[in-house]
Design a binder for this molecule. Structure first.
Ligand code: PFF
Length: 501
């Protein structure tokens, strides 16, 4: 029996898990979400969700991964045979997420090269939309933008090279190099941001709670979605990563360390971005809330505008966009590992085969759909389905399965075998509470979308694409379960699973 590869060291796993968590979600997504959903009022549900949902779910995924030592579909099948589909559904989520996430990394890579000459000139908005994206209508498929295409091809080449290296020489090595680099790059950017005039104004906007928003279910769903996205949970990523752990690895302090590192980075990113916005608001004499777009707007329009105005902007620009690239790559590889580990364990594939049969088609799909006139509309539409709903539903399914099959106690015992913090009633309560909050917020949110359908001001396309992508992902899980139901997991892996059980 071929033995399964493992992480070389405990630090190697922690770095990789932190590398997965710290990504575009921290720098590109979090500040915009925080701002849109009420500044300081967003931070409370966010912190609540980290502690009661994020860390407990991280532990659940680590435990499932380490216990069964199989990629998500086979791990779920080992818990309960029909549940294999949850793992395949998560494969579909990983596919869609990875293929558009790479695109944003590609934008950032282009901007590393635009920064030295501040190529966007006086109008960063026009440069991004008209010159770089050359954005057309939402249905303008296959009209390619060569600059974006080149950058995206480079991103996929690096990712597939890392994947080909396997666990130790690929994933672990990449994170060992990238995480220290990330800290240095981003450290310089944040210090520079904080020393700008007007930084305090920005921080006020970031931290001042708009209390009237706190009762709104949308804030709560957004906070949970941000936590799931940011900690990389709900998609089987952490099951896949921890399936390469040694059987006696410690789990609980690892989860707390990763959670803490991720949130620290996230808050730091919020502080950095809002300091810069404070500076800009002073310079342009425009209130902060009129400067901010969410997501892409902040990173690729507002930020470049400010770089042009601040001393040393070209240099800081290179560092900032390089930070995005490095943080993004370490997250992207953790998405791609979901299908890789799933197919390798379920069908006995070699890593080489995964690179050729899964990796290349993923890259091809990404290159086919996104570096085009409608690429940024497609990114928005798919992001909505994947980040807003997919991960949260995936996490919910994992919790429901653990409880409904009565395996939750066995999982706690498995974690407690090596964990310093013992899992017990507090853990069960947090997971159950998370399930209740998610069911409620999802229900309200779907009700809201149905109401939006009859609202002439809301474009229906986005809702249809959201439901279409969401439905297609679930359908994939169902079909794979039906097809594979009678087919056992190959012996090689089944033995690994039996040895772990
Ligand atoms: N955590 C990553 C980020 O914050 O950018 C994104 C991510 C990675 C989400 C892996 C989900 C995942 F499974």
């Amino acid at each position: 029996m071929k033995t399964r590869e493992t992480w070389g060291t405990r630090a190697g796993f922690i770095l990789a898990a932190a590398g997965s968590a710290i990504g575009l979600g921290n720098i590109w997504r979090f500040p915009g979400e925080a701002y849109e959903f009420g500044g300081g009022a967003f931070l409370l549900p966010y912190l609540f969700a980290i502690l009661t949902a994020g860390i407990p779910l991280l532990l659940l995924e680590y435990t499932i991964g380490r216990k069964y030592r199989l990629g998500p579909p086979s791990a779920f099948r080992s818990i309960y045979r029909p549940a294999e589909g949850i793992g395949w559904w998560q494969n579909a989520i990983a596919f869609f997420l990875a293929t558009f996430y790479a695109v944003i990394i590609a934008w950032a890579l282009s901007y590393v090269f635009f920064s030295p000459s501040l190529a966007w000139g006086d109008d960063a908005g026009a440069f991004f939309g008209v010159e770089y994206l050359r954005a057309g209508e939402p249905l303008d498929f296959f009209e390619y933008r060569p600059a974006m295409l080149g950058a995206l091809a480079a991103v996929w080449a690096v990712v597939l090279l890392i994947m080909a290296g396997g666990v130790r020489k690929g994933l672990e090595l990449a994170n060992r190099i990238c995480i220290p680099l990330l800290l240095v790059l981003f450290g310089v950017v944040v210090v520079r941001a904080l020393t700008l005039e007007g930084a305090a104004e920005g921080l006020n906007a970031f931290f001042t709670p708009q209390w009237d928003k706190i009762g709104d279910y949308e804030i709560w769903l957004a906070a949970y979605a941000q936590v799931f996205f940011s900690l990389s949970i709900g998609m089987g990523t952490m099951i896949a990563y921890s399936s390469y752990l040694k059987k006696h690895s410690e789990l609980s302090t690892t989860a707390v360390t990763v959670g803490f590192a991720n949130s620290s980075f996230e808050l730091l990113a919020g502080i950095g971005v809002f300091s810069v916005l404070g500076f800009m608001s002073g310079e342009a004499d425009v209130p902060i809330d009129q400067l901010v777009g969410t997501g892409g707007g902040v990173a690729f329009v507002t930020f470049p505008t400010i770089l042009s105005q601040m001393p040393g902007g070209a240099f800081i620009g290179v560092l900032f966009f390089a930070t995005l690239v490095v943080a993004g790559i370490t997250s992207l590889i953790s998405m791609v590992i979901v299908p890789f580990s799933s197919f390798e364990d379920r069908f006995g594939w070699s890593r080489k085969k995964s690179v050729l049969v899964l990796g290349l088609p993923m890259a091809a799909f990404s290159l086919l759909i996104y570096p085009t006139a409608n690429g940024s509309s497609m990114v928005d539409a798919v992001d909505f389905a994947v980040s807003g709903y997919g991960l949260v539903l995936g996490g919910l399914a994992t919790i429901v399965l653990a409880f409904a099959t009565g395996k939750i106690k066995a999982l706690a015992a498995e974690a407690n075998r090596t964990s310093m913090l013992k899992l017990g009633n507090v853990w069960y309560t947090c997971l159950a509470l998370t399930a209740v909050v998610l069911v409620y917020t999802l229900y309200k949110s779907i009700q809201g979308q149905i109401a939006d359908l009859s609202d002439p001001d809301v474009p229906n396309e986005l809702i249809y694409i959201n439901w279409g992508v969401g439905g297609a992902m679930i359908l994939f899980g169902v079909v794979m379960t039906a097809v594979l139901y009678r087919r056992p997991i190959p012996e090689r892996v089944e033995e690994a699973a039996a040895a772990a059980a």
